[in-house]
Design a protein around this ligand. Structure first.
Ligand code: VGL
Ligand code: ZN
Length: 208
């Protein structure tokens, strides 16, 4: 069984959103092509879904500005602009994304005391989401991921997939993803490659 995992393709991470990733919206048509013609049996989407008092928001830390480094529950934490607050337009999927084709939506980042870049578990690894269990129940053997942002949620999800779904072949679809920081994207790709994650292009998948 082949699964496609679409990470955080939400208004908040696209131009005009509260934590925009440059050219983030360019991946939407590619994601739709993969959904339609990528040969997947299961389509999953993650959704960053924060309460308005989430502790990753710089606005909750007096004296901190967005993108400063700070602390959350004793751990180093990037201070983000308020983003993807539950029930707001910022948290909705991009309006052009083919959400009807999505079989399972995994929301994350609901605990105000910890951030959750990965769609599989919180950053402190204390609590898992239901995603690994869902994919195991679907008997998924191949998992391709893409989305926003390469250097945060996509990378952490890919690394957790390798750790939490032993035996599953994991691949990152580079052209169907965009990142926040160009240097961060380079090291994220190197780190994923080091962990055995395949780096592929949508063209290869759509041609196969
Ligand atoms: C993300 C920062 C904060 C992401 C989510 O989706 O990559 N990045 N929350
Ligand atoms: Zn977030």
């Amino acid at each position: 069984m082949k699964a496609l995992l679409l990470i955080d393709i939400q208004n908040g991470f696209c131009p005009g959103g509260n934590l925009p990733v440059a050219h983030g919206d360019e991946i939407v048509p590619i994601a739709n092509q993969l959904i339609e013609g990528g040969g997947y049996n299961v389509i999953v989407a993650s959704q960053d879904w924060h309460p308005e008092n989430h502790g990753s928001f710089a606005s909750r830390h007096p004296g901190k500005k967005p993108f400063d480094m700070g602390e959350l529950s004793g751990q180093k934490q990037v201070m983000w602009p308020d983003h993807c607050v539950q029930g707001t337009t910022d948290a909705e999927f991009h309006p052009d994304l083919n959400v009807e084709a999505v079989d399972y939506i995994q929301q994350k980042g609901e605990n105000p005391a910890v951030d959750s870049y990965s769609a599989f578990r919180d950053n402190d690894q204390a609590a898992t989401t239901g995603l690994a269990g869902y994919l195991r129940a679907q008997q998924v053997t191949e998992l391709d991921l893409c989305g926003l942002a390469t250097d945060y949620c996509v990378k952490f999800s890919a690394l957790d997939a390798v750790e939490m779904l032993p035996g599953v072949k994991v691949r990152f679809i580079e052209d169907a993803s965009r990142g926040i920081d160009p240097e961060g994207v380079k090291s994220a790709i190197a780190e994923m490659r080091d962990k055995g994650i395949g780096i592929v292009s949508s063209k290869d998948i759509l041609a196969a």
